[in-house]
Each structure stands twice: as structure tokens, then as C-alpha cells.
Design a protein around this ligand. Structure first.
Ligand code: MF3
Ligand code: CO
Length: 249
């Protein structure tokens, strides 16, 4: 069941998503060779609490941390760790969510650690642009498949692959609501987009195979071929004037 959001609900979601966006912006600034991924998790939790929000992922289906930190071949849901020291040339995906006044915010970015390879730069660019290709399609009267296929087309045209096993989602009073928002599909298929829908669009893009596997911790998803993966996510509202990106500073 898809819950449409009223203007005042969207107003609340602007707030929670602004906190997420600001946290990610600060994290982007502190990512450097030598920092541990546990420090990033700690910063995110403290920062959002100072803003009056609660981390959304901690305890969600048993996820033990506030931030998902996925380095290089890790796709999503990587565990922060005191032992994981970021080094020059890594790429690191930071996925963060909060709940504030009963409404959720969710977004992700992938950032370079120092100087990275040409190939990695390309992967980040293509993934971030894939997100915007999807957002562009999020208008009243379009269908979900228009978003999905725009992302898939863009990514595959550039020689990369979209992950199938994880998808975007509706969001509101819960972190995950209907509908599911895949990053692959066919134009003109799926539910019709309506004013008041709020969805998280989150392409996960792999350098090699689209296939992923889950590590023994039960959470960390890695590429099957251990090649690089990137992830960008925004929470957006569908309005009569087009898509509004809520998770933007
Ligand atoms: N952005 C991710 C998602 O929407 C984060 C979920 S991590 C979890 O699925 F720990 F909360 F599951
Ligand atoms: Co999400």
C-alpha cells in the first residue's frame, strides 16, 4: 500500500532529510586517508542527535550501527570498524538515515579518499548521474518503470552494471514503504506516479558483474567479482511541479 503524503508531512520530511544531507556533507569533508570508518559512524550519530534527530538504521532489523560504510568492492550495508582505516585511492559509500518528528530521511553518497583511479572516478560520476537520470523521470503521470529504466539505460550505456538484489523504496513514517524502486526495468511499466509520493531512489552500480554476495556478518554486500561498486541515494517528493529533492542541503 502506497501512502501519499500531505504538504505538512512533506514539510516534516524536508526537515529529516535536510539533517541527513547536512550530515553527509560534513562526512564528505572529514573523509581522508587515515580516518577509521568507526569515526565516521560516531560523527554521524552525534551530529544528527545534536540536530534533534535519531539515527534510523541502528537497530533496524538488527543493524548494529548508525551509518552504513561500504568501501571499494562493498556494495551496501558495510559495518563501520575501528580497524578499517581508509587509505588513498579507496572509494567509500556513506549511507545514512534519521527519524525526526516521526518521519524518516534517507540518502547516500560515494566519496573518493584522496586521489583515486580514472576508472573509479568514472564509476562515481556515472552512478551519481544515474541517480539524477532517475529523478528526472519522477513526475506525475509517469510510471515507476520510467525511473528504473532511465537508470539502467544510463548505467549500461557507460559499460557498468546495476545491482538487482537491492532496490529503492517508498519512505515516510517508516524507513521502507511501498513501492519498491528497482534500478532496472522497462519504461511504461509499474505503478503510476502520483502527487504526494515520496520515494528513495538509490542506484548501486558495479564496475563488473551485477551479482553480489553477503559476507558472514550477515549484512555486508560485496560484488561477486570483488570489483568496485558505488551508491548514491536521494529522498524525493513527487509534486505537481516535478520532483523535489528533499535530501539536499
Ligand atoms: N539506505 C538503505 C536502505 O534504504 C539503508 C538501510 S540500512 C539498514 O535500505 F540497516 F537500515 F537496513
Ligand atoms: Co534507502
Amino acid at each position: 500500500m502506497i501512502f501519499l503524503k500531505s504538504p505538512w508531512e512533506i514539510e516534516k520530511m524536508r526537515r529529516s532529510n535536510a539533517i541527513v544531507a547536512e550530515t553527509l556533507q560534513r562526512l564528505r569533508e572529514i573523509v581522508k586517508p587515515g580516518i577509521t570508518t568507526a569515526e565516521l559512524d560516531h560523527f554521524a550519530e552525534e551530529f544528527c542527535r545534536k540536530k534533534g534527530a535519531k539515527p534510523a538504521f541502528k537497530g533496524y532489523r538488527g543493524y548494529p550501527f548508525s551509518l552504513c560504510v561500504s568501501v571499494n568492492e562493498e556494495v551496501v550495508h558495510g559495518f563501520p570498524s575501528k580497524k578499517r582505516i581508509l587509505k588513498e585511492g579507496d572509494i567509500v559509500s556513506l549511507d545514512f538515515g534519521v527519524v525526526c518528528d516521526g518521519y524518516y530521511g534517507d540518502a547516500a553518497i560515494t566519496v573518493p579518499v584522496g586521489k583515486i583511479s580514472k576508472k573509479a572516478q568514472m564509476l562515481l560520476k556515472v552512478t551519481e548521474m544515474a541517480l539524477y537520470k532517475g529523478i528526472e523521470q519522477a513526475t506525475v503521470g509517469h510510471r515507476l518503470g520510467d525511473i528504473s529504466s532511465a537508470i539502467q539505460q544510463w548505467v549500461e550505456t557507460h559499460g557498468f552494471a546495476v545491482v538487482r538484489q537491492f532496490v529503492g523504496h517508498g519512505i515516510g513514517k517508516s524507513l521502507h514503504e511501498d513501492p519498491q524502486v528497482p534500478n532496472f526495468g522497462r519504461p511504461g511499466k509499474g505503478v503510476k506516479l502520483k502527487e504526494g509520493m515520496v520515494i528513495a531512489i538509490e542506484p548501486m552500480v558495479n564496475e563488473g558483474t551485477y551479482e553480489v554476495e553477503i559476507l558472514d556478518d550477515g549484512w555486508t554486500a560485496v560484488t561477486k567479482d570483488r570489483k568496485l561498486s558505488a551508491h548514491f541515494e536521494h529522498t524525493i517528493a513527487i509534486t505537481k511541479n516535478g520532483p523535489e529533492i528533499l535530501s539536499r542541503v
